[in-house]
Design a binder for this molecule. Sequence first.
Ligand code: OS5
Length: 230
Amino acid sequence: MKIAIMGAMPEEITPILKIVGEYKTTEYANNTYYEASYKGTELVIAHSKIGKVFSTLTATSMIQHFGCDKLLFSGVAGGINPSLKIGDLIVATKLSQHDLDITAFGHPMGFVPGGSVFVETDKELINIAKDVAKELGKTVQEGIIATGDQFVHDSKVKDAIVKNFNADALEMEGGSVAVVCDALNVPFFILRAISDTADTDASFSFDEFMESSAIISAEFIMKMVDKLVE
Ligand code: OS5
């Protein structure tokens, strides 16, 4: 087993690198990959940079170039479901691309021929997350995550995403990582801790809480890694 752990921003993987301790760095395709042996299992850790294109490149590289056979994503998200508060964890059951729009041809938002509106995540990894949550006495909400190439800071945009995808949270990378892993038959898992609620004050909330929420998500992911390598 070789596990890929990715985030989008440096802050999303720094806490993971701290826990792992020792690693080797490799430059590949304009990015840095951190390879570690953790409790006898090989890990490849990287932050992709922001958005669907960079996250697609990193997920593909981790699988095709580094040989990873499971992928875990850790990071922050904008909350849509009002039950999600800053710092709360959400596990994606399925993901969509909220900005993929060929509705002009009668297709629903998020759909292109040959694709599907939603990509489902691996159920075994979700079960491991539930076990970890139980052991830690933490609540982890399962839900739909919508991905697009924009930092959402507008209630109207949020409302449209709810209408089109019934999403609980939104971010900028999970949906593209899901498409890559699904196509390459690699079980994957997307975890996010809420940093803002994607409305007018989202950028302020993001600046204030991004680092603490990223740590919450990263520490949970590493508890899952502990279970996977047991
Ligand atoms: O990776 C992006 C998506 N993340 C999840 C997220 C989100 N996505 C969409 N809408 C929301 N309301 C969301 N809330 C959380 C977070 C991240 C958002 S984009 C953050 C950009 C932050 C930034 N920009 N410049 N810097 C930081 C400093 C900098 C400057 C130069 C080079 C490197 C960093």
